[in-house]
Design a protein. Structure first.
Length: 160
């Protein structure tokens, strides 16, 4: 999906709900030029560099240099951010969640592991494997899962 400002494209990996306005979304963005981020009022974001030299994120709270792949940067979607590419296009991984509805944590899995996952009915986890470009969604389970190296583990919990 091309951006309104023409600076890149977004590919949705997962969204909830599937139709209409979403409250949770995982996506991959191809950032082709420097420019402002879209504002997402009421949302929080996790952002990770997948490929490229990175970018400097300028905001009223200061600058953040995002130049190391798979290092999460978490920020409010309400903050005005201007991204300055360091050297050419980047690909990044995005997680958006409605902060009034969910709590969301993220963990990068560097080495293959067996992880015991216990999730209630109001909890979800998403495992995105970078090398395979695949996302696994789990809910209401208790089991051990093998997670490949260079995976992104997202835990989403509904706020009661």
């Amino acid at each position: 999906m091309p951006w309104k400002n023409g600076g890149g494209t977004t590919r949705e990996i997962f969204r909830y709900p599937e139709t209409g306005e979403w409250n949770f979304r995982i996506s991959i963005a191809q950032v082709n030029q420097s420019g402002p981020f879209s504002i997402f009022n009421g949302f929080m974001r996790h952002l990770l560099l997948l490929t490229g030299k990175g970018m400097v994120l300028h905001s009223e709270t200061g600058d953040y240099i995002m130049d190391t792949p798979l290092v999460p940067y978490t920020f409010s979607g309400e903050i005005s951010i201007d991204a300055e590419l360091i050297s050419g296009p980047n690909t990044d991984f995005n997680v958006f969640w409605n902060q009034a509805l969910y709590e969301c944590s993220i963990e990068v899995i560097d080495n293959p592991i067996e992880k015991n996952i216990v999730l209630g009915a109001s909890e979800f986890c998403y495992i995105y494997t970078v090398a395979d470009d695949q996302c696994l969604c789990l809910n209401d389970i208790a089991q051990e899962i093998e997670i490949k190296a260079n995976s992104i583990f997202i835990h989403l919990k509904t706020i009661s």
